[in-house]
Design a protein around this ligand. Structure first.
Ligand code: UT7
Length: 337
């Protein structure tokens, strides 16, 4: 899905006016993981960049994380929840099968005017959701939107599988987007892609209609995430580079114009490899996987929040948000913050 910004500019733009993130207090270090499975801080740090991840307790859930991040974003935007027209929660670890996680967030925030739903596009969910909101705001239909990426991946992690449990963590990030008609740029381009032929590369198979809870699983491991790490690694580098180049071309930009590329935090080596191949200088690449692990749909909004709060991106800066994940799915948003 593309909306080339080179044509007639839309009358309205979707501008990010609020941002926030939240992670559970409990953490799990690489050394602690080394006592659970046959691994080490040295292996995890050098192969992934992860040092520590946040993990929810038994009584902490995705909607709670999402709500806490959303409250921060609304406060930052100085917007009342009742003013929201739409709430999308990007997640693959929803509160329950139904209703949507977004329903619980709506209730907790008192966002009575909004219609709400979840986006199940794995690590690409946040960027996909921004693209949807962009269309509704540019068309003039809506004024105010809340997009959240929230995950409790620890709850679908096989803590005996060292090839996957080292990667993931829990957290949430949120942004408020408002309609602007006064020349502020906001989101200027979105590009989204999917390849269902490669669904097996990353999945969690139970309990959907193919493997319902009413039937015994042929393999009990199907309740956990399963990843083909090497395949994902190679595809991710290829697709992220393609997507960044496509975004630059479509927007008539070069990397010199871009202040920051905020990539999904899937593995520091993947991000560094992309940066090297694109000749992106270190100061234009943001990495915080060391503190959070891979938080799927939450990783880009958590990183965005941190970039703004630490002054790495400021109003007027061009930023590319780029993602890759299960589906397979990938995509990017280009925005003038
Ligand atoms: O957001 C989308 C989801 N993200 C992903 O799917 C992640 C993408 N893939 C990756 O990040 C990397 O492929 C991994 C971090 C998952 C794995 O790193 P790798 O460099 O591709 O390692 P590998 O799977 O090729 O394994 C290399 C070796 C193997 O041993 P041998 O066969 O060479 O003796 C593994 O058994 O490392 C071993 N190994 C480990 N050793 C210590 C695998 N996991 C571990 C571990 N600790 N945790």
């Amino acid at each position: 899905m593309n909306n080339p910004p080179n044509g007639r500019p839309p009358a309205y733009r979707a501008v990010i006016t609020g941002y926030g993130s939240f992670a559970p207090a409990k953490t799990l270090t690489n050394d602690e993981l080394g006592k659970m499975v046959d691994t080490s801080d040295e292996w995890i740090s050098s192969r992934t960049g992860v040092k520590v991840r946040h993990i929810t307790s038994d009584n902490e859930s995705t909607a709670w994380l999402a709500t806490e991040a959303a409250k921060k974003a609304l406060a930052q935007a100085d917007l009342d929840a009742e003013e929201l027209d739409i709430i999308i929660v990007a997640t693959i670890t929803p509160e329950m099968v139904f209703p949507s996680t977004a329903s619980f967030v709506q209730r907790a925030l008192g966002a009575n005017r909004a219609w709400v739903f979840d986006m199940a596009a794995a690590c690409s969910g946040f960027v996909y959701s921004l693209a949807i909101v962009q269309q509704f705001i540019e068309s003039g239909r809506y004024k105010n939107a809340l997009v959240i990426g929230a995950e409790t991946l620890s709850k679908i992690t096989d803590w005996t599988d060292r090839t996957s449990c080292i990667l993931f963590g829990d957290g949430a990030g949120a942004v408020v987007l408002e309609r602007s008609d006064d020349g502020q740029k906001g989101i200027i381009y979105s590009t989204m892609h999917s390849d269902g032929d490669r669904w097996e590369a990353l999945n969690c198979q139970a309990y959907g209609s193919r493997h319902p809870a009413s039937r015994e699983l042929d393999d009990p491991k199907k309740v956990f995430m399963q990843i083909k790490g090497r395949e994902v690694y190679q595809q991710a580098i290829r697709r992220i580079i393609e997507t960044i180049n496509d975004s630059l071309d479509a927007c008539d930009l070069t990397l010199d114009d871009v202040k920051m590329v905020i990539s999904h935090q899937m593995n520091a080596r993947i991000i560094e490899s992309v940066a090297k191949r694109l000749e992106l200088p270190d100061e234009k690449v943001f990495i915080n996987i060391n503190e959070y692990g891979n938080t799927s749909a939450a990783s880009v909004p958590i990183a965005f929040d941190e970039c703004v709060r630490t002054g790495k991106i400021k109003r007027g800066d061009i930023v590319i948000l780029v993602v890759f994940g299960a589906g397979l799915t990938w995509g990017a948003n280009v925005l003038e913050f």
